[in-house]
Design a protein around this ligand. Sequence first.
Ligand code: GLP
Length: 242
Amino acid sequence: MKISVFPTSEALAEAAARRVVNALRERPDVVLGLPAGRTPVGVYAELARLTVAGEADFSSATAFALDEFVGIDHSHPASFHRFIREHLIDPVHLPHDQFHGLNGAAGDLQAECDRYETAIRDAGGIGLQLLGIGGNGHIGFNEPADALPASTHRVTLLEATRLASAALFDGDIARVPREALTIGVGTILKAEAVILLAAGQGKAASVERMVRGPITPMLPASFLQAHRSVEIFLDQAAASRL
Ligand code: GLP
């Protein structure tokens, strides 16, 4: 794991965006895996700025959203698909037919998961996967558990994750869905390269266990230790226990 610590969130966002732009330059048709959440917002804003400045061209890229709440369709304000579209896809003019998301409102959720896993495989797999990390060490919505399904699947959310997501539902945890769809840890480990972003004191403990702890499904991000190309971008608070 290559770990970089940045003094400000702006410096972190610039470095991560630069890494994405370099991947695009090497391969304009790169397949990106993208998270929602607070952490990547600065990176997405910087990528939008670089696109306007003519330094980034997403017109040939493909993108897959990492996860989605069950019961939420792409028009819902809390939809991760919608979040990524508004923060990145539209600002960088990535064509909509090259952006894929999980439909949390699909009638047959298992079929939706199978469709998504096949779509990722048919696209040639993920070239560059961006990730955040949960305070409990989850990646995507792969929650700590005795065992982790490898591929895209339906998952029951833990209380801590529902609490952390309440802001998306007007602060009302009762409205946060109890389940989600997520690409699997196996899908993530098949990506050619992974960049994980973490900011804030609330991530320090899970970052420490991800980097230093044993590989365990109780800390899903720890599986990234087994990947040959992982870069961890941290602010000082998230790195404070390393
Ligand atoms: C959420 C999402 C993840 C995200 C993580 C961190 O629950 N399922 O995809 O990366 O938790 O979110 P944030 O960046 O808002 O802290």
